[in-house]
Design a protein around this ligand. Structure first.
Ligand code: NAD
Ligand code: KPL
Length: 308
């Protein structure tokens, strides 16, 4: 059974190349026929691993292709997920399964509400990849920059799907996680404690060691939020973990910092925005988190970037 992957970006291409290499049938869904033509002209996608580039002629198609979709990896940004699935909904076969690879929270529920007939599996990944736009192959050249792991789970059904064998065969490190929401909340909390400050102080993650009290206060409020959302496990030792990540990634710029530096839209609405909206819905007052959100919104607007 073929996989479809929507989003020929960093993670979409990383998954497509490995599935194809593992002998798993896979199709890439591109935005429109102009991009499909350009992709075909490039001869497929190129994955660079440990400095070695290899091309994979993964077949491409557009969203209006008539082929039914049974298994879909949604590999776009969180802010594109709902509209992307709306375009594909008529193609979903009965019993279709979707893997939602978006960072943060909020987009998964929006997608699931659009396609109630499909099983939605949420994913959280620590793998790292980026598009090497400077190369001749253009935007379909992806560099696998960071080994990591992908956790997959379904908040409504803890039975793992049989196709995890495809990931095994393709060398995609993964684990079925019966408590995927806890994992997504924990990642969201880490991102909320680090990414906005790294943007506002224009620093690498390690630069946050100069602001220990601010980080600690945010962690306290994030823990309050996690408890009030029924996610106490995601709050466990959050502050120590944030400090560990700051040290371990001291030389790196956070993903939000990188987006802002490149003039790209951020996923703020699904990270800090989602945290603040959830707190507000629960009438939970988290003043430092709210003030951080406000500062970030103003910063993004001042830099001509969407703040939602
Ligand atoms: P990306 O921007 O590199 O790729 C997304 C692709 O989706 C783009 O090519 C875009 O054109 C395409 N797209 C959007 N809407 C579409 C539509 N309707 N039809 C067809 N194509 C469409 O993004 P990415 O870096 O691969 O990130 C995807 C998600 O994974 C994000 O939520 C990100 O936070 C998360 N993530 C990324 C990494 C990483 O290292 N890149 C690591 C962990 C998590
Ligand atoms: O995930 C991250 C990101 O940059 O998005 C880390 C490194 C954990 C910082 O929040």
């Amino acid at each position: 059974m073929s996989w479809h992957i929507l989003g020929a970006g960093s993670l979409g291409c990383l998954w497509a190349a490995r599935l194809a290499r593992g002998g798993v049938p896979v199709q890439l869904i591109l935005r429109d026929s102009a991009r499909l033509d350009a992709y075909r002209c490039a001869g497929g996608l190129t994955l660079v691993e440990q400095g070695r580039a290899q091309r994979y002629a993964v077949p491409g198609q557009t969203a209006d292709d008539p082929q039914p979709i049974r298994r879909l990896l949604l590999a776009c940004k969180a802010y594109d997920a709902e509209s992307a699935i709306t375009g594909l909904a008529p193609r979903l076969a009965p019993g279709a399964e979707l893997v939602l690879l978006q960072n943060g929270l909020g987009s998964q529920e929006a997608v699931a509400a659009r396609v109630p007939q499909a099983r939605c599996i949420f994913a959280s990944s620590t793998e790292g990849a980026f598009r090497d736009g400077t190369a001749a192959e253009g935007e379909w050249r992806v560099v696998f920059a960071g080994q990591g792991h992908t956790w997959l789970g379904d908040p409504l059904d803890d039975q793992p799907p049989p196709w995890l064998a495809d990931l095994e065969r393709s060398g995609i490190p993964h684990q079925w996680s019966p408590d995927i929401l806890s994992r997504l909340w924990r990642k969201l909390a880490l991102n909320c404690a680090i990414n906005p400050l790294s943007v506002l102080y224009a620093c690498r993650n390690g630069g946050l060691s100069d602001h220990p009290e601010e980080v600690a206060t945010l962690c306290t409020e994030l823990c309050q939020l996690l408890h009030s959302c029924g996610q106490p496990a995601a709050a466990l030792d959050l502050h120590a973990d944030v400090q560990r990540v700051i040290q371990a990634t001291a030389a790196n710029y956070s993903s939000m910092h990188q987006d802002v530096a490149r003039g790209r839209r951020t996923e703020i609405a699904y990270l800090l925005g989602h945290a603040c909206a959830t707190a507000q819905r629960q009438r939970l007052v988290l003043p430092h988190l709210a003030a951080l959100h406000e500062r970030l919104v103003q910063y993004l607007e001042a830099h001509g970037l969407p703040s939602h």
